[in-house]
Design a protein around this ligand. Structure first.
Ligand code: ITT
Length: 202
């Protein structure tokens, strides 16, 4: 079976991606299983640029089909911040909790109708003669305080549209039905299946 190398070191993202990839005839391998020393550098200005850089780095190192995710939370009141800096909003090597606290402090006193936000994910697939992208967005609002213990990152402070619960109060199955990453993956799934059936560039 052909292998797909996941260009991510975020175990939560890896779990979500593995779930989405369950029924696709590819052997899924995380980058740390094949090249733990490889640096995945994210110094681009867009999710697309960063996802492409990560997938290209892994393809260059392994010569195998590589999939990367770059994602984050965009708060409209803050002109899209934290955006591409989501993982390191409160500083490089910080915790999810610190990122959430920083964001909540910046949004303190902002009225509910001005707390709109979106989670945004871009997936990049790189192989021989292949560079493809898929994007997904989930609209919602920023909560007033963290709620829930599921998931990771900004999940405890993001309430997706149509829900009163945060992402962190949804089960993994519920989140995976509506999330930015699942929407991006639904498109990537088509791309992967097309490549597998034609075998072009994979
Ligand atoms: P890799 O680059 O190794 O994949 P990373 O965590 O550094 O892992 P990103 O640079 O794409 O990945 O940063 C994404 C950050 O955005 C992530 O650390 C969270 O803070 C946030 N984020 C993305 N998707 C999320 C989700 O589904 N739930 C909560 N937070 C999320």
């Amino acid at each position: 079976m052909k292998r797909l190398i996941l260009a991510s070191r975020n175990r939560h993202k890896l779990n979500e991606l593995r779930t989405f990839l369950r029924n696709i005839p590819l052997e899924v391998v995380a980058i740390d299983e094949v090249a733990p020393e490889l640096a995945l550098i994210e110094d681009g200005e867009t999710f697309r640029e960063n996802a492409l850089r990560k997938a290209r780095a892994v393809f260059k190192r392994t010569g195998e089909l590589s999939l990367a995710d770059d994602s984050g939370l965009e708060v409209f009141y803050l002109n899209g911040r934290p955006g591409v800096s989501s993982a390191r909003y409160a500083g490089v090597g910080t915790t999810d909790e610190n990122n959430n606290q920083k964001l909540l402090a910046e949004m303190q006193g902002v009225a509910p109708r001005r707390r709109g936000a979106q989670f945004h994910a871009v997936l990049a697939l790189v192989g021989k003669n292949t560079e493809e992208f898929a994007e997904g967005i989930c609209l919602g609002v920023l909560g007033e305080e963290p709620r829930g213990t599921n998931g990771f990152g900004y999940d405890p402070i993001f309430i997706p549209d149509g829900f009163t619960r945060t992402y962190a109060e949804l089960s993994a199955e519920e989140k995976n039905q509506i999330s930015h990453r699942s929407k991006a993956f639904a498109k990537m799934r088509e791309i992967l299946l097309r490549h597998l059936s034609s075998d072009v560039g994979v």
